[in-house]
Design a protein around this ligand. Structure first.
Ligand SMILES: C[S@@+](CC[C@H](N)C(=O)[O-])C[C@H]1O[C@@H](n2cnc3c(N)ncnc32)[C@H](O)[C@@H]1O
Length: 228
């Protein structure tokens, strides 16, 4: 059972593309053997007690839409005293991140499969995270598809509730129009201010997605917002 629907209607239009890639054999094995260690499962009416999944109490960083998990695992390796939580809908990505976390012996990473909008709204407690990172959200560039973008006024309000006071939301995009879209959404939201810089940007690594975007001539924009 899932709370993705209300009164038979989807609560959010899908912000992700369906059927993206296949799970390899090694990834299938990783899901069988290592998902129980890294994955967090939850019931439809459950608010997840994150403390029961981490062995220590460090600042919590949430990466939404981590793709194949390269940036997520890099962050976890670079910041071993931080708890890193990845949320992704894409099964091959979850499997790849599970495998990478296991191969690197990471103990500070946990993963959730699901729509981040649902996870943040219904399944995570409020005021828990130091930062939320969104690297290259699906841009939905076509006219009429804007409502599918992950960054929306409702999501920005939800993220503000998930963050601690002074918490940061870092968004990186290779689509100028998406950067402008984010600027407009945050400008219209209460309780946020734009920051010029975040210390976390030092831990950002270039994923395959980013290098392809740069090779195609795209300009990459880093945006950083902070809650009051
Ligand atoms: C363009 S890819 C970028 C992947 C990765 N961040 C990178 O830089 O390589 C966008 C990712 O966001 C994920 N995504 C989109 N909407 C999501 C949502 N509502 N909840 C969780 N993940 C989502 C997609 O499945 C996809 O993996």
């Amino acid at each position: 059972m899932s709370n993705l629907r209300q009164n038979g209607q989807l609560r959010w239009a899908p912000s992700f593309l369906r059927n993206r890639g296949k799970v390899t054999r090694a990834q299938k094995r990783a899901m069988r053997d290592w998902w129980p260690e890294y994955g967090i499962r939850f019931e439809f009416d459950e608010v997840i007690d994150l403390d029961s999944y981490y062995d220590f109490d460090g600042p919590l960083l949430i990466e939404i839409g981590f793709g194949m998990g390269d940036h997520l695992t890099h962050l976890a390796e670079s910041l071993p005293d931080h708890r890193i939580l990845g949320i992704e809908v894409h099964r091959p990505g979850l499997a790849a991140a599970t495998l990478k976390a296991h191969q690197s012996g990471l103990e500070n990473v946990r993963l959730i499969r699901g729509d981040a909008r649902l996870v943040l709204t219904d399944h995570l407690p409020q005021a828990i995270a130091s930062a939320i990172l969104i690297q290259f959200p699906d841009p939905w560039p076509k006219a009429g598809d804007e409502h599918r973008r992950l960054v929306q006024p409702e999501m920005v309000e939800t993220m503000a509730k998930t963050l601690l006071p002074g918490g940061q939301c870092l968004i990186t995009t290779d689509v100028d129009e998406y950067a402008d879209h984010c600027r407009a959404v945050f400008a219209g939201a209460r309780g946020w201010r734009e920051s010029k810089h975040s210390d976390l940007q030092a831990y950002r690594m270039e994923t395959l997605y980013e290098s392809k975007a740069k090779s195609a001539g795209s300009f990459v924009t880093d945006l950083c917002y902070q809650t009051d």
